[in-house]
Design a protein around this ligand. Structure first.
Ligand SMILES: [Cu+2]
Length: 162
């Protein structure tokens, strides 16, 4: 490479890396939401990380509820499944995925501003440690049955109606 062509090649590399940063490695599939009562709802989805680095879903924001939190289900000492707020969020491994599913990790909507209507679209923003904010449109699907691996149908979120 001559001295003259070096700056041009360097500029090309810079342009390439800028494009790579602008494109998110996070992909969200099969997002849907449902509510089991008029005051609370939950959203489920598959989050894929096609990047080289582990990322983390830190938080979710939305305008559909007073609060939107990341939750999981855990068994307490008496064997009863309880929902808990996961402050540290969910890790999305590089080249892997993390599922938000019924009976497991989920996005929780507390204090719905209006009851979920079947077929409606809810805009929510996922906040990732590395990928930043990603807007996702989640459709309300009240009729979808939980898969067998996804815990029990009709799990009650009513304990969260404060
Ligand atoms: Cu919950």
């Amino acid at each position: 490479m001559s001295l003259k062509s070096f700056p041009a090649a360097f500029a090309a590399i810079l342009a390439l890396s800028t494009a790579a940063i602008a494109e998110s490695h996070i992909m969200v599939h099969d997002a849907y939401a449902r509510s089991s009562n008029p005051k609370a709802g939950a959203a489920f989805m598959h989050i894929m990380n096609n990047g080289q680095e582990t990322d983390r879903l830190l938080a979710v924001t939305s305008d559909v509820a007073a609060r939107t939190e990341l939750h999981t289900h855990k068994e307490d000492a008496n064997g009863v499944m309880k929902m808990t707020h996961v402050e540290e969020g969910f890790e999305i491994p590089a080249g892997g995925m993390h599922m938000l599913k019924r009976g497991g990790d989920h996005v929780m909507f507390l204090g719905l501003k209006a009851p979920f209507e079947d077929g409606a679209t809810l805009p929510i923003t996922l906040v990732f440690e590395k990928a930043g904010e990603i807007l996702v449109e989640v459709s309300v699907d009240q009729t979808r049955k939980a898969k067998h691996s996804e815990g029990h149908e009709g799990h009650d979120h009513s304990g969260h109606d404060h």
